[in-house]
Design a protein. Structure first.
Length: 290
């Protein structure tokens, strides 16, 4: 009887959780480059130059009122950047400039010195439509950022709309790990919602997770194979536990160049509690907040 309940749970959960194979293609054409007058600006400019060349995009520089306008103009000319007419005086003003520019990606330095940060990270992410890529350590080789990407997934599996940037940014010869952290309480919630028996043991839950992970990996490989001609390596892992701890362990174990967190809902970012912690804690690799 219990075996039938497990099979029923797996079957219903798999049908409910696997979304339509439709990943929106992102072709980067408009990039926002935020300068702050710190040493990290050079890394942001390197990234902008690389992405502009790779995607044939235009990049527009934005700067706070405290920076010298003549210096910014010289940087824009040297790096072939477009330039906003006015500096921004607040995070809200920057969000407005980003919206007017119809930007698809924001590159933002985030220095150690809080006084030099100028921009409210959380307000920028929640208030801006495009994803924001935060740089907190110097970057010598921009291409290395996109050679190995760790994309953190949490919650349910209906997230194909959130894969677009990871698939677009990963290098053709690179690798992408979609790491799905599922809290044990989520298993119980799904089981209860589907009216499946509640007496599954821990071992049974592990069996469910193992089967879902295999199905997810097959599915995602199919998505990637169908979505792009040039190959790169994609893998999917489903792990049970706290998302912050799981992601931190994986970052420490692997040589990743970029961490992707968050979700996109109704045209704006949604940052869960775990994503919020990762966004503000991770400093050794750039973080892309969707």
């Amino acid at each position: 009887m219990r075996d039938r309940a497990i099979e029923q749970f797996e079957s219903i959960f798999e049908r409910a959780s696997i979304p339509v194979l439709d990943i929106r293609e992102v072709v980067l054409k408009r990039i926002t480059v935020v300068l702050k007058g710190t040493t990290l600006d050079e890394s942001i400019l390197r990234l902008a130059r690389y992405l502009r060349t790779r995607f044939g995009a235009t990049a527009r520089v934005h700067w706070p009122a405290a920076l010298d306008a003549a210096m910014v103009a010289e940087v824009a000319r040297t790096h072939e950047l477009e330039q906003t007419e006015e500096p921004f005086g607040s995070t809200v003003a920057l969000i407005g400039q980003i919206a007017l520019a119809h930007s698809q990606l924001v590159l933002l330095p985030e220095p150690e010195d809080e006084a030099a940060r100028v921009v409210d990270v959380n307000a920028l992410v929640s208030g801006s439509a495009p994803p924001v890529l935060f740089v907190r350590r110097p970057i010598d080789e921009p291409r290395a950022v996109f050679r190995s990407i760790l994309h953190s997934l949490s919650g349910n599996f209906r997230q194909t709309q959130n894969f677009s940037y990871s698939f677009a940014l990963v290098e053709d010869d690179g690798k992408l790990l979609l790491l799905h952290a599922l809290d044990r309480d989520d298993i119980g919630a799904v089981r209860e919602a589907l009216h499946v028996t509640t007496d599954l043991s821990d071992a049974s839950e592990e069996q469910v997770l193992e089967n879902l992970a295999r199905s997810g990996e097959r599915y995602l490989k199919g998505v990637v194979a169908a979505s792009r001609e040039k190959p790169y390596t994609v893998s999917y892992q489903l792990r049970l536990g706290n998302v912050v701890e799981i992601v931190q362990r994986e970052l420490a174990a692997g040589a990743y160049g970029l961490l992707v967190v968050g979700q996109h809902k109704d045209g704006f970012s949604y940052i869960s509690a775990g994503d919020y912690q990762l966004l503000n804690m991770v400093r050794d690799v750039p973080v892309l907040a969707l």
